[in-house]
Design a protein around this ligand. Sequence first.
Ligand code: GDG
Length: 468
Amino acid sequence: MQADLVIVANRLPVDRVTLPDGTLGWRRSPGGLVTALEPVLRANDGVWIGWPGGTESDLEPFADDGLRLLPLPMSEEEIRGHYEGFSNATLWPLYHDVVAKPEFHREWWDEYRHVNRRFAEAAAEVAAPGATVWVQDYQLQLVPQQLRELRPDLRIGFYLHIPFPPTELFQQLPWRRQILEGLLGADLVGFQLPGAAQNFIRLVRQRVGHKTHRDTVDLPDGRRVRAAAFPISIDFEGFEKLAHDPGVNHRAAEIREQLGNPRKIFLGVDRLDYTKGIFARLRAYGELVRDAHLDVDDAIFVQVAVPSRERVEQYRMLRDDIDRLVGRLNGDLGKIGRPAISYLHSSYPREEMAALYRAADIMVITPYRDGMNLVAKEYVACRYSDDGALVLSEFAGAADELRQAWLVNPYDLNGMKAALLEAYKADGRELARRMRAMRRTVSANDVRHWADTFLADLAGRNGLSQPD
Ligand code: GDG
C-alpha cells in the first residue's frame, strides 16, 4: 500500500461495532475532520493511519466506503502509558492552562515516545516517494521528527487541535525540548490561534536556541519551519442541511414538549471534561433560579455530558462532583415534573444533536480553555432563522471569530449569571443581529476552507530555506 497523502491521527475515523449478524464491523464516526479530509483523501488515493480503539491486534488495512484505513493496534500497556497517561493526564491539563494538575511520570513518557515511533514507522512505510503526511494533535507530537529521520523526502505537516500553552506553563514539562524538536520535524506547524503559534516560536527560540523570524524557524540544516494559525471549523452546509430536515425539526418540537413546553431552553453539550466548565455553569444557573431571576416553570437547563476518558482519575472525580451538584440543585429547586436541570450522561446520534440545537433558545458554552469548540459553530449553523442566543467563554478559540456571542469569563460567576439573564431576555431583533453576523462568519470559514488552506500552505513549502 502506497499513498501520496497520509493522515496520521490518534484515532481512525471509524468505530468498532457488533453488526446485526453478531460479527464485528466498522461504523464511520461522523467527525468534522473526516468530512473535511474525505475529498482530498479520495483525490489523492490517501490513507488514514490511526488507533481503532481497544486492544485488538490482528487488524488488516481495509477500505471503508472507499477510504483506505490502516489500523494501528495498541496494547493495554500502551493505552495506559501513552493515551490515558502522557496524552490525557500530562499534556491535556498542561496545555489547558493547568486547569487540573498535570502528572509527570517517566514511564508514561517512555510509552509516549514508543507509540509515536510506531505511528512514524507506519507512515514511513505507506508514504509514496515525496508524499505529503499530515499528523494530527497532541498525542503525536514526536511523529514529525521521527518520520523525517526515516523519510527525509516527505512533506510533513502537523496540526494541534488544542491550545499551545504560554511559555511559563510549557516549561514545567520535563521533556519540553524533545517535544519542541519533535514538532520541528514538520515543514508547517498549524495551531488554532495566532497566539499559540507565537508561544511555539518563542519557546523554540528560548529553549532550543534556533533562529526565528516572525512565524518561521531556521534550522541549522537549512530547513525552514513555519508556525501559523488555521482556525478549525465545521461542515457548515452539512449541519445546515440537517437542521432543515423535517425529522429533525419534528424531534426538536417533541423535545420541547417532553420538557413541559418551557418558555426558554438553555443547553450545554460537552464531553464530560474538567476544561469545559460544566460545574461552574450549572452553579451559576442554579443561583439564578434560587434567587428567583428564573423560574423552573419558565426555563430549564439541558446539559448533555458525553462520557469521556472514564478510566482517568480526574474524569471520574469530575463526574461524581457534577452528579452531586445536579442532584442537589434539582432537590432544592425543582418541582414535580419540573427539574431545574435535565442532565444526560450519554452520547447521541448527529440527528439528535441537531434536534437539540434546534430546540435550544440559549446555547451555553463556558470552557476554562478550549482549542476552538466546534459545538459553538454547530449551534450557529443550525439556527437558520437567525434566532437563538450563544453564551460563549472568552477562553474558547471560537470566541476569536464569534464576537457577537455573549462573551463571558467562566471564572466570574456573577458575570456569567448576568450574561445568561441578558441572553434570556434579549429580544428578537437583538438575537437576529448577532446570529446573522455569526452565521456569515462560520459559513465563509468552514472546515473545507480549513483543510484547503492548510494543505495549500504545506504544498507551497519545500522545506528548504528561501532566500530572503
Ligand atoms: C477538540 C478540542 C477543538 C459531542 N457529543 C456528541 C457529538 N459530539 C461532537 C460535537 C462536536 C465534537 O463532538 C466536539 O468537539 P469540540 O470542539 O466541542 O470539543 P473536543 O472534543 O474537546 O475537541 C476543541 C476540536 O478538538 C477540533 O479541533 O475544537 O477545542 O478540545 O463536533 O458535535 N457528536 C455526536 N454525538 C454526541 O453525543 N454525534
